[in-house]
Design a protein around this ligand. Structure first.
Ligand code: ADP
Ligand code: MG
Length: 265
C-alpha cells in the first residue's frame, strides 16, 4: 500500500472496505477493495476468484482492473475509480423525476455490452444490480463487483447459496436450478425496469410473496408513454423459462431493439 495514499472510505460491506486512494507516482485516483482473507483453504480460493476473474476482463463497460496484492490477511484489488458512484444512488437521487429514454437506452446498451463481454469469457457475474453498476464522471456505466462471479458450468454455478438483496434473483435460482447466462439477463431486466420506473419490478412485504411474484413473472406494467421497444424488451427479459429469454448476444444483435441500442453505444 506504500504506492497509494488513502483519500477516503467509499464503501463498507461484509467483505471489508472499498477505499478511494491516490497513486503517489502518477497522482491518479483508484479504488482499492480490501477483502479479509479467510484461513480456510476453499474459502481462500473463493476470495481470490474475484481478483482473478476481474483481471481477465477488458472492456470499456467493465471497471478496469489495475493490480491485486496480498498484505498479511488482506487481499487488495486495485481498480479504476468511477467518480459518479453507483447506479442505485443515482436512481435514488432522481426521487420521482423519470430518466429520459435516451439516457435509459444508453446505460442499458452499455450494461449489455459489458455483460456480453463477461459471458463471452465464459464467466457469469451473478450479482448484477444497480448497486454494482458504477458511473464515470462523463456518465458512462461500468459493471463492477465480481465478488459473486464464477466460471460458466463450474460446480460453483450449481452450488449457489444466495446471500444479499433478493430483488434481482431469477426464478430458476429460487427453484434450485443452476445459475446460467440467462439468470444474468433476468437481473439486467430488473435494472432496466428500475431505470424506466425508479422502482423494483418485483417487490413484496415478505420473502415468500416476493418469490411467488418472481416465479410467476408478475410485475406492474411499464407506463404507456415508454417506447414500445422498451416494453417489449422487458417482457422478453422476464420470461420465467430461461430458455425463452434472449441472450445478450441476441439483445445486442438480432433483436429488434438492437439498432436503437447501437445508436446509443
Ligand atoms: P460489495 O462486495 O460490498 O458489494 P463492491 O465492490 O460492490 O463490494 O463495493 C461496495 C461499494 O463501494 C459499491 O456499491 C460502490 O458504492 C463503491 N465502489 C466499489 N468499487 C467502486 C469503484 N471502482 N468506483 C466507485 N465506487 C466503487
Ligand atoms: Mg456490491
Amino acid at each position: 500500500m506504500e504506492t497509494y495514499s488513502l483519500l477516503k472510505v467509499i464503501g463498507e460491506g461484509s467483505f471489508g472496505r472499498a477505499l478511494l486512494v491516490r497513486c503517489k507516482s502518477s497522482n491518479a485516483k483508484y479504488v482499492v477493495k480490501e477483502i479479509q482473507l479467510p484461513k480456510n483453504r476453499t474459502k481462500l480460493e473463493n476470495s481470490r476468484r474475484e481478483a482473478i476473474l476481474l483481471s481477465r476482463m477488458k472492456h470499456p463497460n467493465i471497471v478496469a482492473f489495475r493490480e491485486a496484492f496480498e498484505a498479511e490477511d488482506l487481499l487488495c484489488i486495485v481498480m479504476e475509480y468511477c467518480s459518479g458512484g453507483d447506479l442505485l444512488q443515482r436512481i435514488r437521487h432522481q426521487n420521482t423525476t423519470q430518466f429520459c429514454v435516451d439516457e435509459i437506452l444508453k446505460w442499458f446498451a452499455q450494461m449489455c455490452a459489458g455483460a456480453k463481454h463477461i459471458h463471452d469469457k465464459q464467466v457469469l457475474h451473478r450479482d448484477l444490480k444497480s448497486k454494482n453498476i458504477f458511473l464515470t464522471d462523463n456518465g458512462e456505466v461500468k459493471l463492477g463487483d465480481f465478488g459473486s462471479a464464477c466460471i460458466l458450468n463450474s460446480s460453483k454455478a450449481y452450488a449457489q447459496t444466495y446471500v444479499g438483496t433478493p430483488y434481482y434473483v431469477a426464478p430458476e435460482i429460487w427453484e434450485n436450478k443452476p445459475y446460467n447466462n440467462k439468470s444474468d439477463v433476468w437481473s439486467l431486466g430488473c435494472v432496466l425496469y428500475e431505470l424506466c420506473t425508479l422502482r423494483h419490478p418485483f417487490q413484496a412485504p415478505s420473502w415468500k410473496s416476493l418469490i411467488l411474484k418472481v416465479c410467476r413473472g408478475a410485475y406492474p406494467p411499464l407506463p404507456n408513454h415508454l417506447l414500445y421497444e422498451l416494453q417489449y424488451l422487458v417482457k422478453q427479459m422476464f420470461k420465467t423459462n430461461p430458455k425463452d429469454r434472449p441472450s445478450l448476444h441476441t439483445i445486442l444483435t438480432s433483436h429488434r431493439v438492437s439498432r436503437l441500442l447501437h445508436s446509443h453505444l
